[in-house]
Design a binder for this molecule. Structure first.
Ligand code: NAP
Length: 256
């Protein structure tokens, strides 16, 4: 019997079948979880709906996470469908393209606010509503981050600053929600070719550098990010919260 039979959760951030959120969804579905999905743009519905159908999902709704009313609406709808939920996958980030090339020092106030809002604050906005539906057994909230939060990675710029805020949010949320047995953790994934990643200038070079230098001498596979999400959502990580796990073939341990 699957590890997640009887568990229900919502996945934010599937844009297409390359999305890390989709690989998380597949890993959770294979262990018996019931899934709900949101997508952002109407154009994405065409791609996301068949994916959601393929894992038997009955809940697929549009939601722009930068809009509080839209988030409230999603959780109100979700409550009608399921009284409670057990997990959330938050795999959402955005920054203006011009802020992911050139120099961090050129970031505008608006570009900074946008990246922080979508890529960091949305985790807190979602955790607040989700925690109100995680009654009884508690729950697990998982987000996606990147090494650029810890060290300077060329062109990652404002997204690195937003991911640093996201990682700090994971710790503060874990402390706030721990007494309800709600765990909050992050996966710091190595580079994977996705829509969002291709918006970062020099992304192909990142893949080449990791392949040449990482201890495992390769890039992470999206399936491996999915398996790490399964660890965080399942009872296998029941004593782990506020943690950032690097799923990056070991690249982040290197000093030189
Ligand atoms: P992706 O497939 O492009 O997914 C990013 C998702 O964020 C998209 O579904 C996107 O929707 C959504 N999004 C952006 N703004 C939103 C908003 N205001 N409201 C709701 N959704 C919004 O790329 P991905 O690489 O899988 O990214 C998922 C997460 O993994 C991100 O947090 C990313 O930073 C993180 N991550 C990625 C890598 C990598 O190398 N790929 C490595 C480490 C961490 P739209 O397409 O409609 O904008």
């Amino acid at each position: 019997m699957g590890m997640l039979v009887g568990k229900k959760g919502i996945i934010f951030g599937v844009a297409n079948d390359h999305s890390l959120a989709w690989y998380c969804a597949k890993a959770l579905h294979e262990e018996g979880a019931e899934l709900a999905f949101t997508y952002q743009g109407e154009a994405l519905e065409r791609r996301v709906r068949p994916l959601a159908d393929s894992v038997g999902s009955k809940f697929i709704e549009q939601c722009d996470l930068s809009n509080d009313e839209a988030i409230d609406k999603i959780f109100t709808e979700l409550k009608k469908q399921w009284a409670t939920i057990d997990f959330v996958i938050h795999a959402v980030a955005f920054a203006n393209k011009q802020d992911l090339e050139g120099h961090f020092v050129d970031t505008t106030r608006d570009g900074f606010k946008l990246a922080m809002d979508v890529s960091a604050y949305t985790l807190t906005a979602v955790a607040k509503r989700a925690s109100e539906m995680m009654n009884g057994d508690g729950g697990s909230i998982v987000t996606l981050t990147y090494y650029g939060a810890e060290k300077v990675v060329p062109h990652y710029n404002v997204m690195g600053v937003a991911k640093a805020a996201l990682e700090a949010s994971v710790r503060y949320l874990a402390a706030d929600l721990g007494d309800k047995n709600i765990r909050v953790n992050a996966i710091s994934a190595g580079p994977v070719r996705t829509l969002a990643a291709m918006g970062i200038a020099g992304f192909r070079d990142m893949l080449k550098v990791v392949e040449a230098k990482a201890p495992l001498k390769r890039n992470i596979q999206a399936e491996e990010v999915g398996k790490t999400a399964l660890y965080f959502v399942s009872n296998m990580s029941s004593g782990v919260t506020g943690e950032i796990i690097h799923a990056d073939c070991g690249y982040s341990i290197l000093g030189m």
